[in-house]
Each structure stands twice: as structure tokens, then as C-alpha cells.
Design a protein around this ligand. Structure first.
Ligand SMILES: [Zn+2]
Length: 268
């Protein structure tokens, strides 16, 4: 199916909130090219997904939402890694929703945040860790109960357990969390019994949406869902086989380190 709406795609990382599809806006941090997504209903009601990364960026996001006259009803965390559970004074009054209550406590997440070399290298004060999320309200199984457009909640075990993606069928948009990135290789949950199988299943679930537009948690918005999924499967196949990967996404310092760890843990 051709894209229903052609977004303005750029290779750089706009830090302002940019509309990428009707009612879907994305801001991008210089730290890990992390995206924050805001889903906005026609009446201005909005859902904030994964606000990140520095304290200034989260404050700016909240200020922009306020300046545009939108009314946030909640903050969604795609998964309970430190860079997806961040907060700020402008958002702290909102409920935090996710697919499940995270098991990692705030002190541990804050320690992981403070030990992060990319964030430390930015020199910017980090955003605080939010209070633990609660399970999201459901209109029907797997569908978010909120006043905005239909949001289907896709839960899987790739990268983190649980990990959620949000599919917006009206706009054809998939808010993918830490999946389907054009910059990051598949990052496995190496504590799982079979992290590669979990990842392949998660990819299949996301690809089954047939989304026109993908918003990765780190990287650039794209119209190439199938190509990204194929690249991820190709990386995983080479990893399992112990073959050298030709995946150019391994060139970043953090992806190179992750690839080495994954190769040691999974590769034959
Ligand atoms: Zn993550």
C-alpha cells in the first residue's frame, strides 16, 4: 500500500517537534538520536511517548505542547530502559502508562542513566526518572482507552520484556520503541532464554502492521518498514551463524560494543 501521507524526511535530527504524519509529531535528541513522539487528537488531547533525553529537552517538549494548546492525558513508556522512562516538571503530573509494571526500580534506572557515556558526554543535566508506570487502560483487548485516535498496543519480548509498540491505524504509523532503527542493530535482551527467537517474533509482529511510517526510538523516521525488518533479520542470521556482519549500523561506538557483546553471547 502506498503511503497515505508523505512525510518530510530529513537526514539530520530536528530537535523541535516536527509533524511526520497527521496528528503525529516527533522531536529528536542529539543523545543517541532518541525520539520523543506526541500523538495528538483533533481536539488537542495528546499522548506523549518516551519523552527524552536531557532535562532541557524534556522541559522544551512540555513547553512546546503547552504552547500549541494541546492537553496531554498521559505519558507512555515503550519499555523500562532508563532512556524511555524520563520525566520533567511539565509532565510529572500525568499518569505513566505501559504494558506492564516495570520491575526495575528508579534507583537502578538512575544509576544506569548516570553511568551512560553518551549522556555524560553531552554535558547536559539528565532528565529525572519518572515514577513507575501503571498498566494502561484498555478500550478493548490491546487497544488503548483514551479520547484520541485508535492506538493498538503491540506487546512482545524483543529487546526488553515487555516491550511495546504503538500502532496508529488511522495514520498508518508505528511508534516502534527500540526496534526497526536505521541506526541501531537489533539490541537483544541477553537475559532471555532465547533472545534471538524473541527478537524475530517481535519483528514479525511489528511487520504485520504494514505501517506506512516507522518511528524508531533511536534514529530517523522512515517509510521502509519491510526493508528495516529485513535488515534486522539479516543481522540476526549472521549473528547466529557466527558470520562477519556487513551491517553498517555496527559503526557507532555503542552499537559496536553491543555487537561484540551479542556475538560473544549468541554467535557460534
Ligand atoms: Zn531500550
Amino acid at each position: 500500500m502506498p503511503p497515505r501521507w508523505r512525510p518530510r524526511l530529513t537526514a539530520d535530527v530536528p530537535r523541535d517537534l516536527v509533524q511526520v504524519a497527521p496528528g503525529v509529531h516527533v522531536a529528536t535528541s542529539a543523545v543517541y538520536t532518541t525520539t520523543s513522539t506526541v500523538v495528538v487528537a483533533a481536539d488537542g488531547t495528546c499522548l506523549v511517548v518516551d519523552p527524552a533525553v536531557t532535562a532541557r529537552e524534556v522541559d522544551d517538549l512540555a513547553a512546546t505542547i503547552r504552547a500549541r494548546g494541546w492537553t496531554p492525558v498521559a505519558v507512555w513508556s515503550t519499555h523500562a530502559h532508563w532512556d524511555h522512562v524520563l520525566d520533567g516538571p511539565g509532565l510529572a503530573h500525568l499518569p505513566r502508562w505501559s504494558a506492564d509494571v516495570p520491575t526495575t526500580d528508579r534507583e537502578t534506572l538512575a544509576a544506569e542513566r548516570d553511568a551512560d557515556p553518551e549522556l555524560a558526554g553531552s554535558g547536559a543535566p539528565p532528565a529525572p526518572i519518572a515514577a513507575a508506570a501503571t498498566r494502561y487502560p484498555q478500550r478493548s483487548p490491546g487497544v488503548l482507552d483514551w479520547p484520541g485516535p485508535t492506538v493498538q498496543v503491540l506487546v512482545h519480548a524483543a529487546h526488553a520484556r515487555p516491550h511495546t509498540a504503538l500502532f496508529l491505524p488511522d495514520a498508518g504509523v508505528l511508534v516502534a520503541g527500540d526496534m526497526l532503527s536505521d541506526m541501531e542493530i537489533p539490541l537483544l535482551d541477553l537475559s532471555a532464554d532465547d533472545p534471538v527467537d524473541d527478537y524475530v517474533r517481535g519483528l514479525a509482529l511489528l511487520e504485520s502492521t504494514g505501517a506506512d511510517l516507522v518511528i524508531p526510538g533511536h534514529g530517523h523516521v522512515g517509510t521502509d518498514l519491510s526493508r528495516r525488518a529485513a535488515a534486522d533479520r539479516s543481522y540476526l542470521s549472521a549473528l547466529v551463524a557466527g558470520d562477519d556482519t556487513m551491517d553498517e549500523r555496527c559503526a557507532l561506538p555503542w552499537t559496536a560494543a553491543a555487537h561484540g557483546a551479542q556475538r560473544a553471547a549468541v554467535g557460534r
